[in-house]
Design a protein around this ligand. Sequence first.
Ligand SMILES: C[S@@+](CC[C@H](N)C(=O)[O-])C[C@H]1O[C@@H](n2cnc3c(N)ncnc32)[C@H](O)[C@@H]1O
Length: 238
Amino acid sequence: MNASAPPSDVAHPRAIRSFVRRTGRVTTGQAKAFEALGPAFILPHQPIALDVERAFGPELAGGPVVLEIGFGMGEATAHIAGVLPQTRFVCCEVHEPGVGALLKRIGQHDLRNFRIVAHDAVEVLRDMIPPASLDGIHVFFPDPWHKKRHHKRRLIQAPLVRELALRLKVGGYVHLATDWQPYAEQMLAVLSAEPLLRNTSPHPEGWADKPHYRPLTKFENRGLRLGHGVWDLVFQRV
Ligand SMILES: C[S@@+](CC[C@H](N)C(=O)[O-])C[C@H]1O[C@@H](n2cnc3c(N)ncnc32)[C@H](O)[C@@H]1O
């Protein structure tokens, strides 16, 4: 493939998005982080395949590349980047205060292994991520869209999963987590039906043990204390 040509279209009906743009206040600290760190850490969304070596520079040359979709306020993201300092994270989020919050954490913890694209991840995937270029994909607690009439907004659906699988290198992984059982079941069904992926779970039910790098966030700890479940899924590209 021509390095500057975008990969095939991502088959996700674009009129239906997996998010609604929330208006949220960017705090003064976040605004400062935007100003100080935005130029170095934010990549524009553009219809050109991402050159990771150029984007991350020689310091991290050759490190694994992981795409994260929807990092929220970036709590887990920043933790994971600290645990896996050689991994290069390309992180997408549409919520501006979230982007500001992650930039702030990058500054506080002096993290280098991040680039942020503040744009719809489905379009980033379609426009910027070449086939067989990723070592991993993280999607943690994507919006569950509880109401039946909103299920079509759920991110994890067969056409997108195919596109995710195509962008993984053979042996690469996709790691999903959710605290909403009906969505967990949908994820398991859709990932299991994708011929390019195989479930790595050693358990008959198909759920994965929580990988060591994913922290228990404040929100998740509270849920677990209240007796709510959390489901991890880890599938590998074959
Ligand atoms: C429920 S939050 C979870 C955030 C975080 N992963 C966590 O575990 O705390 C889901 C996030 O995904 C973001 N999101 C949803 N669809 C997205 C998309 N297509 N592209 C980028 N971000 C998206 C939302 O803005 C929201 O911040």
